[in-house]
Write a protein that binds this ligand. Sequence first.
Ligand SMILES: C[S@@+](CC[C@H](N)C(=O)[O-])C[C@H]1O[C@@H](n2cnc3c(N)ncnc32)[C@H](O)[C@@H]1O
Length: 262
Amino acid sequence: MTAIDTSRPHPARMYDWYLGGKDNYPVDEAMGQQMLALDPRVPVMARVNRAFMHRATRWLAKNGVRQFLDIGTGIPTEPNLHQIAQSVVPDARVVYCDNDPIVLAHAAALLRGTEAGATEYLQADVRDTGAILEGARKILDFSRPVALSLVALLHFVPDEDGAHELVRRLLSELPSGSYLVVSHATADFTPEESKAATERLKAAGVTLALRSREEFTRFFDGLEPVEPGVEVPHHWHPELGEPVPGQDDGVIPGYGAVGRKP
Ligand SMILES: C[S@@+](CC[C@H](N)C(=O)[O-])C[C@H]1O[C@@H](n2cnc3c(N)ncnc32)[C@H](O)[C@@H]1O
């Protein structure tokens, strides 16, 4: 197993810290505190994002999707995606994937699915689309629709690494009726705070590729938009979950959307 690097902050562990988890290190908390100093609403944003994932998964399961490929899964935080999906569709099959060794270390918690369904974990980088597709095929039936969820992941993948191309490559192997779910941070609403956060993270070795609404929307090129289209995450089908305390007290600088492959 790759060693856990506690000398610099990691996105999965900072996110865990924002969510109130225990699977993080002092270096993650220190950078998290710096982010809070720039914008005290960061923990609310993390919860709003997590709640978007819950609602999108619920919507997909209610709309007949039984297979999920979730890349950039994060450290397990209940409820996890398979728990939501399998509460609607008990035989849902879920493949999780993340590149951070700390997620692998906690992956057992992601594998406790229903007897009827299946859950599996792959340690891979989203840029290694070939390995992900090969691993996912062992669990998922690619002749039937798959929901590809990239939730709060793609803002860690800069354009130089082919963020849009890799989404297209992953979707190209999935059949008609498959879905893409993306949430993503943006600098559109808070340009100064976003710039400062990006610079601090960069100095600590974390790349943050914030994208505009137009750049975000391009991930869905060729797909049919699911209503209500591109939204701030807490406005995407709010009726499918509970509001996050504080979500309406200021800006949530992100977008969320779901698209269907025709
Ligand atoms: C902010 S967390 C989001 C977790 C979960 N998707 C959610 O929204 O609740 C981002 C996750 O993406 C993972 N990640 C970042 N870059 C990645 C890459 N290149 N390949 C795979 N996973 C990556 C991080 O390790 C982290 O677990």
